[in-house]
Design a binder for this molecule. Sequence first.
Ligand code: SF4
Length: 216
Amino acid sequence: MQNKLTEIYTALLTHYGDPKWWPAKTPYEVIVGAILAQNTAWSNVKKAIANFGDNLSPEYVVRLKPDELADIIRPAGFFNQKASYLHEVTRWFGQYGNDVNVVNKLPLQRVRAELLALKGVGHETADSILLYAFGFPSFVVDAYTIRLLSRLPIDVGNGYEATKSLFEENLPLEAGFFNRYHALIVINAKEHCRKNPVCGGCPLVDVCEAGKGKTI
Ligand code: SF4
C-alpha cells in the first residue's frame, strides 16, 4: 500500500508541480477559509474573504456583531450559521493569544479534539485547519479523496477516520508532504477526476483501474 500511495503522489507531483497550498496570506485566513468553504465553491469563499479588505484578523472578527459578520461573509452562503461558527473558532484561537506558535506546540490530538468540539467544525474542517493553518501532520480527507480511492480502486472500508489512517499509517508523518498530497488530489479532481472523469491525460491513468486504456 505504501508503494501505491507513493506512486500516486509522485505521478501527481511530477505532473502538476508543488501546488503551494493553502492560498491564504495568514494562518487565520486559512481558518476562516476552512469554515467558509463548507458547502460552497471556492470562488464564493474568495468573494467573502475579499469583503474583509485589510481587516481579516481574529481581533477584528471577534468584535463584530453576528449580523455584521454575516453580512461580510454573505457570498459564502449559509452566512448566519457560518458567522456563528467563525465567532466560535475565533474565540477558541483567542484562548491561545491568536498565536500559531503557541498552538502548534500543543499535542496534535489535543488540538484536534478541541477543534472537533466546536460548533460547525467537522473532521475535514478540523484537519484542514490543523494542517494548513498550524502545520500539524494531519491528513485531510475530502470528497475528492474518496472519489479517487474508489476509482483506483483502494478499499479502505467506511468512514473518515479509516481513510485518514490509510495515509497517515503508510506515509511519512510530515506536514509539508500531507499538504502537497491533499492539494494535488484536489487539483487532479478538478482537472481530470471529475464526477464524469476525463481520463485522457490524467497523470494517474497508468495506476488506475477505472482509467485503464483511456489514454486519449
Ligand atoms: S484515470 Fe480517470 S478515473 Fe483514474 S484518477 Fe484519472 S481521471 Fe480519475
